[in-house]
Design a protein around this ligand. Structure first.
Ligand SMILES: *[C@@H]1O[C@H](CO)[C@@H](O)[C@H](O)[C@H]1NC(C)=O
Length: 447
């Protein structure tokens, strides 16, 4: 039997959160908890969720319309119990841990007891044992200042949050498991790792090679068990006077050793690195671009570099993985430790004009296409100007045209496309650009 928990506590519905086999509704009213079996088909779940949510949002008089409605559905097993009296701390703690992160903050304001539970050290441990929250998308809304809003796909709301350390939106940004790594885009020596929810951050020492590079790419990976992390920077510099040869160097920082390892440098002929890289399951992947033009289907490739068991005899050039077609705005992302690539697919005769946006997953060094943006979404961007940002984590991919604040979300599990709620900002001048990054909201990970 599946269980439906409903936490009721005065006046407004705060949140309703569907999880596997468990639905928690969270109202700000008297402290009651409603436990009832819940139908398991996803469709049903979604419908109910929306109807609760809307009903409650509309009921301003503080009456529990939504609850009587549930009862009317003929469910005789519904039991309302007083949360404070009947629930032991550890069960209450688990219920609170399942709430969307924004509601956890609000729950802490409900009463002393909830506040103590949320701020207790053990709550962080409990959080690390419940399924992670859906990743959020932070969108910058100014081209000069690092200000913006973060989209929460569960509550379908934009939250205004401040980011620590970062000075402008054009810094390099990589995220993993609730933490985000920033690197400045001038000297490329200012680095920090932060948790954008708790605002805790730690500056990292400068990477060793101070040589100014033409291109840099930042990748970041957190180990869930040990909470240690790895930062990788791939730099590419033209060998002087020879556009076909590029010095590619890889620097890796390990938080357990609190230092940068020796850098690995190789000369690539005919290819250069760019600004796109990611770490999946101990392998650093980065996009490389043909330095000599070449046929369109051969302008990009991915290099796979195994960080923990790299054989120096096997050069980077031997770790090439071709990409399936000519790509614009190719992006790499770690989706549950699998490499996923998103890119604009060019027309056959005009590869610089994109006719759609595709999504591929890498299985055994072979790409499998798992999605293509439906035409109505693609058109919905308006002037796509063939540049767009895409970021993903877990099983959500966010895609946004640089030209506007509209965001499309692709759910890899359900193979489902949808628009994010409208962002509270609008485009203020024609050349205003928008970018963003994706991160999991988590309280329990810190630098
Ligand atoms: C870094 O700055 C360069 C030059 O302004 C820009 O082209 C590039 O997109 C920036 N990188 C990032 C990650 O924003």
């Amino acid at each position: 039997m599946e269980i439906f928990y409903c936490v009721v506590c005065s006046f407004n519905l705060v949140d309703v959160l569907p999880m596997d086999g468990l639905i928690i509704s969270f109202f700000l009213a008297n402290f009651n908890i409603l436990i009832r079996p819940f139908p398991s088909t996803p469709m049903r779940r979604e419908t109910l969720w929306i109807s609760h949510y809307d009903n409650a949002a509309r009921s301003e008089n503080g009456k529990f319309d939504e609850i009587s409605e549930l009862d009317e559905e003929g469910d005789k097993e519904t039991t309302a119990v007083s949360l404070d009296v009947n629930l032991p701390d550890d069960l209450l703690e688990i219920i609170l841990a399942y709430l969307p992160i924004a509601s956890i903050f609000r729950a802490a304001c409900v009463c002393k007891r909830w506040c103590m539970i949320v701020h207790c050290e053990r709550f962080l441990w409990t959080l690390s044992h419940v399924p992670p929250q859906k990743p959020w998308y932070f969108m910058f809304t100014s081209s000069d200042e690092p200000i913006g809003y973060a989209y929460d796909p569960v509550l379908r709301k934009w939250h205004s949050i401040e980011l620590p350390f970062i000075e402008t939106p054009n810094w390099f940004i990589a995220s993993s498991c609730g933490m985000v790594c920033f690197m400045d885009n001038d000297s490329r020596t200012k680095l920090c790792v932060c948790n954008p929810i708790t605002k805790a951050y730690r500056k990292l020492e400068e990477p060793p090679s101070l040589k100014i590079s033409d291109y840099s790419a930042l990748a970041f990976s957190v180990n869930r068990e040990s909470q240690s992390y790895t930062v990788a920077i791939v730099k590419s510099k033209e060998v002087s006077g020879n556009y076909f040869q590029w010095d590619v160097s890889i620097n890796i920082y390990n938080s357990e050793e609190v230092t940068w390892g020796a850098s690995i440098t190789e000369v690539l002929t005919g290819w250069r690195g760019g600004d796109e890289s990611v770490i999946c399951d101990g392998v650093l992947y980065f996009l490389v671009y043909s330095a000599g033009g070449g046929p369109p289907e051969n302008r990009h490739a991915v290099i796979a570099y195994n960080m923990w068991s790299h054989d120096p005899e096997v050069g980077l050039a031997r770790s090439f993985i071709q990409v399936p077609c000519s790509l614009t705005c190719g992006r790499l992302m770690n989706m549950k430790e699998k490499l996923v690539m998103v890119g604009g697919m060019g027309k056959v005769d005009r590869p610089d004009i994109i006719k759609g946006i595709g999504i591929w997953i890498l299985n055994d060094r072979k790409w499998e296409q798992i999605g293509k943006m439906p035409h109505k979404f693609f058109q919905g961007f308006g002037e796509l100007d063939d540049v767009f940002a895409s970021r993903g984590a877990d099983d959500l991919i966010y895609i946004q045209s640089y030209g506007g604040p509209a965001v499309v979300i692709f759910d890899m599990n359900e193979k489902h496309w949808k628009w994010a709620q409208k962002c509270p900002v609008t485009k203020r001048f024609p050349l205003q650009l928008f970018t963003g990054f994706c991160f999991q909201p988590r309280l329990e990970f810190g630098p």
